[in-house]
Design a protein around this ligand. Structure first.
Ligand SMILES: [Zn+2]
Length: 287
């Protein structure tokens, strides 16, 4: 796969490249307690601008196609679809504690919650699932307390620091020490591709330390700005108490790779959804 990377060395690896590919962080794999993955456009059955691994039921695709796509990506990453639990993303900073009662919500039965951009759980087997086409996926793994979190952080979620909210909720619910948490910033739009207007930048100025501003955005001759959501979320992780050595930042931009990943910007909104998946491994049935 000819994927364009932003850095000199590989951070996100491509798995199952010749069948149903997905992207993976070695740092999260090495914790040994989770399965996780980020889908691509490849390996599915959807057509036209949704080609081919569309993971959205609400972007004009046939339901049977989307269900087959979920089955395929589940088989590739290693989960079964009845264990999926979906977010309900509306650019909030709301984080829901996912329990065994939530199993299947969004995929096999209706969600009975709304406006949920972040999810945490300590129940093995439940597959936290969030959806993307340029916004930033945030993965959290606490191998000590055996708890995980997965949050959707677009510019609004990044202004609201949903990454910190997620860590605080893991601490409150599961006793997680931020120093034990491994965190990853998933494939999403890079600074070179992400032009925003001044009203967005004003909100970043209000919520972020002025010492960080130069590393987060710069102004261009046309009066617009280029915003670095990866750097912003890294600073949110550090503020939440996660240590630098436990942070992995993607080297893959959705908008730089429109043939491999859905990008809202690159497609001007004509696109399917990518998904991030994160689950705690279940205990082996027999040893
Ligand atoms: Zn880019």
């Amino acid at each position: 796969m000819n994927i364009k990377r932003t850095g000199g060395h590989v951070i996100c690896t491509v798995k199952n490249e010749t069948t149903v590919p997905f992207l993976s962080f070695p740092m999260l794999e090495d914790t040994g307690v989770t399965i996780h993955g980020f889908s691509t456009r490849l390996g599915g059955v959807s057509r036209d601008h949704l080609t081919s691994m569309n993971l959205s039921f609400s972007r004009g695709d046939k339901e049977e196609n989307v269900r087959e796509n979920f089955r395929r990506i589940g088989e590739s990453i290693g989960f079964s679809c009845e264990n999926l639990v979906f977010s309900d993303q509306t650019h909030t900073t709301n984080v829901r504690v996912i329990t065994v009662e939530d199993r299947g919500k969004g995929f096999v039965k209706q969600r009975d919650y709304s406006d949920i951009d972040g999810t945490i759980t300590n129940v093995p087997g439940l597959v936290l699932s969030t959806f993307y086409a340029d916004c930033v996926p945030l993965f959290f793994v606490d191998p000590v307390k055996k708890a995980i979190g997965l949050s959707h952080s677009g510019w609004k979620g990044t202004v609201g620091k949903i990454g910190r909210v997620t860590v605080e909720k893991m601490t409150a619910e599961y006793g997680s020490d931020p120093k034990d948490i491994f965190a990853a910033i998933g494939p999403s739009i890079c600074q070179d591709c992400y032009e925003v207007s001044e009203d967005v930048i004003l909100q970043f100025r209000e919520n972020y330390d002025p010492a960080l501003w130069d590393s987060l955005f710069y102004k261009k001759a046309n009066g617009k700005y280029q915003l670095n959501l990866w750097k912003a979320n890294e600073s949110v992780f550090l503020e939440a108490g996660i240590i630098k050595e436990h942070i992995s930042i993607t080297d893959i931009c959705t908008c730089c790779n429109p043939e491999i990943l859905y990008s809202h910007r690159a497609s001007q909104g004509k696109r399917g959804n990518l998904a991030a998946f994160l689950a705690l491994k279940t205990a082996p049935k027999q040893l």
